[in-house]
Design a protein around this ligand. Structure first.
Ligand SMILES: [Zn+2]
Ligand SMILES: [Zn+2]
Ligand SMILES: [Zn+2]
Length: 142
């Protein structure tokens, strides 16, 4: 089956890379679902990286892995993150991670203290520290 070289509807020459006529917008027979150009609205073949009509980019860059995927995709083809609200999610995640790290640090600190208090040597050291602190609070009297 050979493809016609012009639009069956209006006779305009077919533009390579588009799935529908740029003039009358009739879908070419057997064409796959296209990517609508955000700039000019022409429907491009899913394999197009740039619009066949106006050369606008049809790719978007993932904020998570910085790889680019087609704007027709719902999510990144590389790491699977959904594009909708990606920037907000990334910021949220960074904040969560920071808090987890803080919590982790706090937890480690607590358990280190707990371990120290559990051993006789550690207890001795803790008592010394507490005594020193107490003396410091009393006005550094020796
Ligand atoms: Zn046409
Ligand atoms: Zn375009
Ligand atoms: Zn990604």
């Amino acid at each position: 089956m050979s493809e016609p070289e012009e639009c069956e509807e209006c006779g305009a020459p077919r533009r390579a890379g588009l799935v529908a006529c740029a003039y009358c917008e009739t879908r070419y027979a057997g064409a796959p679902d296209g990517i609508s150009c955000p700039k000019c609205g022409d429907d491009n073949l899913p394999t197009q990286v740039r619009c066949a009509s106006c050369a606008s980019s049809l790719m978007q860059v993932c904020v998570f892995c910085t790889q680019s995927s087609s704007i027709a995709a719902n999510g990144c083809a590389h790491c699977g993150e959904t594009f909708e609200g990606a920037a907000e999610r990334k910021a949220q995640r960074a904040e969560q991670l920071r808090q987890q790290q803080l919590m982790g640090l706090a937890a480690t600190g607590m358990s280190a203290l707990g371990q120290a208090a559990a051993s006789p040597t550690g207890q001795g050291i803790l008592n010394e520290i507490l005594r020193d602190l107490g003396q410091a609070a009393m006005g550094r009297k020796k």
